[in-house]
Every structure is written in structure tokens, then in C-alpha cells.
Design a protein around this ligand. Structure first.
Ligand code: FAD
Length: 311
């Protein structure tokens, strides 16, 4: 059942705090937040906000977002479910976008289907992953997408073929549009279940060794995108390497700091503000620009209203 929250807060802000719904644990209030777990709940929430003329922004797992301290002067629909909603049809899977990405990756392994190991252990929902073409090890979810059902803010749905979504490195045509990813059809290939299971465990161990545990350490993963090659002969270069070489790990702003094992990951200690994270990221990027002449681009997306000149 969908769940709405719009309680009055003693600090004067009359909406739920988005810090409760982002892996950075940062973010001010919004006008109201409705969590939808299913396609039907999503449709009802979109229609209900349409009827009262309220605009909204969409949230999945909140794992790729930095929400401002002032929050969002809009309603928020959170399309997120702890219950996986996945159907197998031969080598194809149809998954509701509220499903957690790692639940999907794990399901594929259990079914002996190969093609989603790159999504192993990545937080957030399938919807968020499709929009930002999430992945790792040079592979991404977009490589497997046959089609997507997308809904606009008037609750109209349409099916979009995967090859019209212009998937690129951490990007797709769905970014900066009002399209809500409702569900996704993916084509996988038969694999060896034992080999897939072993590889999944290896990837989880690798991630545990390299990344902070986001359930306990507030972060949104890699803050900057890796550096695009200038020719087809080159590979994408890790932003973390440049940040490390430039000495970014020594930087601190308020309660924001780079993760000790990975210079491209910012972690937020208790009491950290969004503006601290943003200022730290500005200083990190400036170091790389000064030392290497390379411009870093944010992978983490900003949401909300920011003080003038900050974002
Ligand atoms: C510890 C850690 C490790 C990470 N490792 C990786 C990694 O290896 N590879 C990688 O690619 N990413 C990684 N990430 C980043 C993040 O997990 C992914 O980008 C993830 O796919 C974001 O999904 P989300 O549901 O949390 O999206 P959110 O953060 O909630 O939203 C991100 C954007 O997507 C939009 N959105 C969300 N759901 C939908 C929907 N259903 N329809 C339309 N728009 C939607 C939002 O409006 C927003 O603009 C990591 C993050 C953390 C914290």
C-alpha cells in the first residue's frame, strides 16, 4: 500500500525530511512524500497530485543524490519496494522499476541467467539504474534493456524500445525528462549457475573491500564520473586515481571528507550539510584541474534549492 507523509515539523518546515530517504542521509524537507511500491500505487499517486495541481519529483533509492539542506519545494514520489517484482519469460525478465537493483541481480543469478553481474551490490532501484545506466567493470544495465514502460506526469504510459534510450556512460535519454520508469524488459543469456554464484560472491567481496558500507556510512558512491577517453584506442580513466594523485584525500569541509580507501567517494559524518559536500567536491575538482588540467563532472545528481552561486 502506498504511504504518504506530510507531518508538520517543530522546526517550522512542514514536510518530511529527505535525509531519511537518501544514502547520504542529507537533505531538507519536501512538501510531502508518497512511497509507492507498485505500478498501480504509482499511477494513483501521480493522478492524485495531478488533480490538485501539485508538481512532484521522483526518488528511487536516493543513492545517487545530494539533496540541498533547504530541501525541495515540491511533492516527492518515491518509487521503491523491498519486495522484488520480477517475472521470467524464457531468457527475458520483466521487472518493476521500484525493485531494488541488487535484488534483480541476485534473482538473475538464482535463475542461472547471465548479464546482470555488473549490477551486483549497487544500491538503489532498477528505475534509478535505468535512468543513469548504472553498472561496473565496463558493463551497464542499458546493455540488456529491450524496452521500458515509461509514465509521464499525467499518468500516460508508453513503451519505449531500448535502442531509443541512447544509453551511454552513466547516462540515458530519460535524464532530465518527466519520464518515470515504471517497468523494464531485459534480455539475458543462459549461464552456469555455480559460476554465476561464485562470481557474485567475488564481486560482493570486492565491493566490500573498496567501498564504504552505505547502510552504516552515509555516501552516494562515486561523486565524479570517470574520465572519457579522447580516442577509441584509450580506456576510460578512473577519476579516483587523479583525485588520489592530486592529494584530495587530505581535504575536509565541515563534516564531509573523502573516503580513506577511495578518493572519488565522499562520506558524510554526523551533522554534515549538503553545502559541505558540495564545497568539498568543488575543492577536489579544483585540485585535479590544477594538477592535470582535467575537468571532472559530477555523477551524483543535485536536487533542491541551493544558496546562490553554490551549485
Ligand atoms: C556505496 C555506493 C556504491 C555505488 N556504486 C555504484 C556503481 O558501482 N555503479 C553505478 O552506476 N552506480 C553506483 N552507485 C550510485 C547509485 O547506486 C546508482 O546510480 C543507482 O542506480 C541510483 O538509483 P536510485 O534508485 O538510488 O536513484 P535515486 O538516487 O533515487 O535517483 C537518481 C535519479 O534517478 C531518477 N529516478 C529514480 N527512479 C526513477 C524512476 N523510476 N523513473 C525515472 N527516474 C527515476 C531520480 O529522479 C534522480 O534524478 C553507488 C552508490 C553508493 C551509495
Amino acid at each position: 500500500m502506498s504511504k504518504s507523509e506530510s507531518t508538520w515539523r517543530p522546526d517550522g518546515a512542514n514536510g518530511p525530511l529527505l535525509s531519511l530517504y537518501t544514502t547520504f542521509r542529507i537533505g531538507g524537507p519536501c512538501r510531502g512524500l508518497t512511497t509507492c511500491e507498485t505500478r498501480a500505487e504509482l499511477r494513483r499517486a501521480v493522478e492524485a497530485l495531478g488533480e490538485v495541481g501539485e508538481e512532484f519529483v521522483l526518488l528511487g533509492g536516493g543513492s545517487n543524490l545530494l539533496v540541498s539542506d533547504a530541501g525541495v519545494n515540491q511533492q516527492v514520489i518515491r518509487y521503491f519496494s523491498e519486495k522484488p517484482q520480477i517475472a521470467r519469460q524464457g531468457n527475458e525478465l520483466v521487472v518493476q522499476a521500484a525493485t531494488r537493483l541488487d535484488d534483480l541481480a541476485s534473482y538473475a543469478v538464482q535463475e542461472g541467467l547471465d548479464g546482470l553481474l555488473c549490477c551486483t551490490g549497487i544500491p538503489g532501484t532498477v528505475g534509478g539504474a535505468i535512468v543513469g545506466n548504472a553498472g561496473a567493470f565496463g558493463e551497464q544495465i542499458g546493455d540488456r534493456v529491450l524496452s521500458v514502460i515509461a509514465m509521464d506526469h499525467h499518468a500516460n504510459e508508453r513503451e519505449i524500445p531500448g535502442d531509443e534510450l541512447a544509453f551511454g556512460y552513466r547516462q540515458s535519454r530519460l535524464q532530465n525528462t518527466d519520464s518515470i520508469v515504471v517497468s523494464v524488459r531485459l534480455r539475458l543469456r543462459l549461464g552456469d549457475r555455480d559460476r554465476l554464484r561464485t562470481r557474485r560472491q567475488e564481486i560482493l567481496a570486492l565491493r566490500a573491500a573498496k567501498h564504504p558500507d552505505w547502510q552504516h556510512t552515509p555516501t552516494a558512491g562515486s561523486f565524479f564520473k570517470n574520465i572519457e577517453p579522447t580516442s577509441k584506442a584509450e580506456r576510460r580513466q578512473a577519476a579516483g586515481w587523479f583525485l588520489e594523485q592530486a592529494g584530495a584525500k587530505a581535504l575536509r569541509v565541515g563534516k564531509a571528507r573523502p573516503f580513506e580507501k577511495h578518493a572519488n567517494i565522499i562520506v558524510a559524518e554526523r551533522g554534515c550539510r549538503a553545502v559541505d559536500v558540495l564545497e568539498l567536491s568543488r575543492q577536489m575538482a579544483a585540485l585535479v584541474k590544477e594538477k592535470f588540467g582535467i575537468e571532472l563532472h559530477r555523477e551524483v545528481r543535485l536536487l533542491g534549492s541551493w544558496p546562490a552561486g553554490v551549485a
